[in-house]
Ligand binder design. Sequence first.
Ligand code: NDP
Ligand SMILES: C[C@H](O)[C@@H]1OC(=O)[C@H](O)[C@@H]1O
Length: 254
Amino acid sequence: MKLLEGKVVLITGGSTGIGRAAAIGAARHGADVAINYASSDDKAASCVAEIEALGQRALAMKGDVADPATAGDFVDKAVAAFGRVDVMVSNAGICPFHAFLDMPVETVDRTFRVNLHGAYYMVQAAANQMVKQGEGGAIVAVSSISALVGGEYQTHYTPTKAGVHSLMQSAAIALGKHGIRCNSVLPGTILTEINRDDLADQDKRDRVTARIPLGRLGEADDLAGPIVFLASDMAQYVTGAALLVDGGAFVNLQ
Ligand SMILES: NC(=O)C1=CN([C@@H]2O[C@H](COP(=O)(O)OP(=O)(O)OC[C@H]3O[C@@H](n4cnc5c(N)ncnc54)[C@H](OP(=O)(O)O)[C@@H]3O)[C@@H](O)[C@H]2O)C=CC1
Ligand SMILES: C[C@H](O)[C@@H]1OC(=O)[C@H](O)[C@@H]1O
């Protein structure tokens, strides 16, 4: 069964990792897909090609989500190409691991602007388009297990993920009257570009893996199903929810 047949899905940070897996997953479920990305031109082009090979329409738009203007441009470009917006997956993010006591101001500022401000502008721009269309919609934000627990080298990052989780709760209230559902996924540790260097440390990798009841680190594709589900009408009465996708890591205290 195709869960997103005829829908138009927008995904930020769709060139690699979780965003790319969500883009391909949405296309497999019958959606036309627009991706935004920051710098990886070749990877964005190959994502578009993969979606088109599945028989769906696709486009990629380069742009920094931290710039408020990018959100409106992305939505306008998707509407010009595909006519409407049914789903926004706000996924783009960075995690430049760094110790707390000497954290550079620029690193804090950039991480907040990309992860939190960027999500805010994208969600707002998509919501305005959905309200204009008058037929509801679905917004899925990629938050993190890090919205709920901390990380020594992520003091600038975990607050952004808690913020994204909170944004989805408040947006669910603000947009419910328009039939727009807002939910977040909370991935655990998923092997992608964002943590390639961090998880090159075998000790850390082993420690993280040991905490996961399902016995392995996540793959980007592990997020595709949960994101497609929350975006689809299968989740028609789900809003303001947060879905952990972490192999059980969060609940594994002892
Ligand atoms: N991997 C993990 O363990 C977890 C990841 N997450 C979250 O998942 C999301 C995706 O990360 P993940 O797939 O792991 O990492 P990747 O590094 O593989 O993907 C990040 C994506 O975001 C894009 N991006 C980065 N900065 C910007 C920007 N300023 N403007 C627009 N696009 C941008 C990148 O584009 P480009 O390639 O062009 O630079 C890329 O498409 C992030 O929000 C992250 O916080 C949450 C929990 C766990
Ligand atoms: C990038 C990290 O490995 C990853 O990001 C998250 O949000 C998870 O909590 C992991 O720490």
